[in-house]
Design a protein around this ligand. Sequence first.
Ligand SMILES: C[S@@+](CC[C@H](N)C(=O)[O-])C[C@H]1O[C@@H](n2cnc3c(N)ncnc32)[C@H](O)[C@@H]1O
Length: 282
Amino acid sequence: MKPQSFEILSAMLRSSSGLVLGPDKEYLLETRLGPVLRRHEVWDLDALALKLAPGGGGARALADDVVDAMTTNESFFFRDDKPFAHFRGHALPAMLAARPASAKLRIWSAAASSGQEAYSLAMILAECRAQLGGRSVEILGTDISREQLTRAREGLYTQFEVQRGLPMQYLVKYFRKDGTQWRMNDAIREMASFREWNLLADPAPLGRFDIVFCRNVLIYFDQATKTRVLDAIARQLAPDGMLYLGGAETVLGITTRFAPMAGERGVYCLAKAAVPNLAAVG
Ligand SMILES: C[S@@+](CC[C@H](N)C(=O)[O-])C[C@H]1O[C@@H](n2cnc3c(N)ncnc32)[C@H](O)[C@@H]1O
């Protein structure tokens, strides 16, 4: 691939999805874009760059497929355990105690990939049904990858995927065998909905959330994009809401709108200065 083709493709990826592709990652373009080139009948990466260059006339569908193919979608059930234990043991009881029974609890899985994070939360909520006392809870999973969202909605997982992190008793209770795969049962599937959403967009239309899981996606963004995404999430979070990030992610040095929860790695609340002073508003 010509150096200018790499420049065009990496600039397109950065501006449309936030994904930063260093020169050492050129091989990723070669390994991941083969099927997209074939599907769109584009000869090679140089021809693709010409089409996607500003004014190159490349179709939107082509650019979307390139972005989709370049996302890293690895996910698994109850990934890293601790955030889910914290959600169940601390965040959920605190939110339930602080809100009237009529208030709906809203949870956002902001880089949902193939749905394991959203469904892990749904299974926890199913286990805590008595605690919820009939309260309605909404889990929204969003992602930029249409392919992954289709998988998430389907709720169909391979043997390998259900062996990663999912406790055996949950597999038995919440899945049924479907050929060589495992299908999430309808009751859990219906607790989560999935929607295409780019984290670079203003999330105001998604509404206010009590809990946000935004895990293992900021690592692909540059500093300015991380700040922009975290500040936008802060605007959508309830004043006592909580944000969960991935193990290699932090707010420190990136935004002052969040503060780490004391003694809890990867869990953040709004910094005092970022919480609107409701009394002052009236
Ligand atoms: C590694 S997966 C993380 C999945 C899950 N949160 C977890 O921790 O297991 C990262 C996901 O972020 C999505 N993603 C990347 N850039 C995005 C963007 N700009 N807007 C929304 N989703 C994005 C990818 O499509 C991918 O599914």
